[in-house]
Design a protein around this ligand. Structure first.
Ligand code: PXP
Length: 231
């Protein structure tokens, strides 16, 4: 069975909207762990729009599973990761204006910087994954950086299911190159189905659809709790 990592960035998005203390990402992470998740992912963005430095520190101290830190390939982020030592880092491209990570990391153009970051993170015992589009050349370049894993960007497949074959052949190619292969972005209970039982996907990283579902399945209880107080 592939493993499941849950991305809890949008718990922090809700908190930052109001500047409140809740919802607390650390509590959300514990609930995910109690439900059986295999890892927790957070993206510490350069603009700190959702996850904050204190969230990552607290998660590092409290998680019972694994912490996967998503981050841009910058000096600041590599420094933070080397100090904090999450179990793994997933290097992603980052644009300030984007709503979410739009495309994969261009490992070919950024080869020197990515290789350098992979080396520094590996020295601290942190496994590194590269978030890339389903493209053979990007997989080859990823291997050459020394990264242990790739995460295949499924966002385009989720919008265009006819691209499933590109995802499948990328998983196969990553396996041939002895790279651990993860997958994520845009996955939900429907579009994950053709991939869910794939023997060569190590871990899925899923955020938005799980947090959205949690809002809907949790709303009934939240309303009942408030009504009980009013009675
Ligand atoms: N993997 C990576 C590298 C991501 O950047 C994201 C989005 O933050 C995800 C997985 C999760 O994507 P989604 O929130 O669409 O499930």
């Amino acid at each position: 069975m592939p493993l499941l990592g849950v991305n809890i960035d949008h718990v922090a998005t809700l908190r930052q909207l109001r500047g409140t203390k809740f919802p607390e990402p650390v509590v959300a992470a514990s609930i995910c762990e109690l439900a059986g998740v295999h890892s927790i992912t957070v993206h510490l963005r350069e603009d700190r729009r959702h996850i904050q430095d204190r969230d990552v520190k607290l998660l590092r101290e409290t998680l019972q599973t694994r912490l996967n830190l998503e981050m841009a390939v910058t000096e600041e982020m590599v420094g933070i990761a080397c100090d904090l030592r999450p179990n793994s880092v997933c290097l992603v491209p980052e644009k300030r204006q984007e709503v979410t990570t739009e495309g994969g990391l261009d490992v070919i153009s950024l080869f020197k910087a990515v290789k350098n970051a992979v080396g520094r993170l590996n020295e601290k015992g942190i496994q590194v994954s590269l978030f890339i589009d389903p493209d053979q050349k990007q997989i080859e370049a990823s291997k050459k950086t020394g990264a242990q894993m790739v995460e295949i960007h499924t966002g385009s497949y989720c919008n265009h299911p006819e691209e499933l074959n590109q995802i499948l052949s990328s998983i196969q190619y990553a396996k041939e190159l002895n790279l651990i292969c993860n997958a994520g972005h845009g996955l939900d209970t429907i579009n994950i189905q053709p991939l869910a039982k794939h023997p060569d996907i190590h871990e899925f990283n899923i955020g938005h659809s799980i947090i959205c579902r949690a809002v809907l399945v949790g709303l009934d209880q939240a309303v009942r709790e408030m009504l009980a107080l009013l009675r």
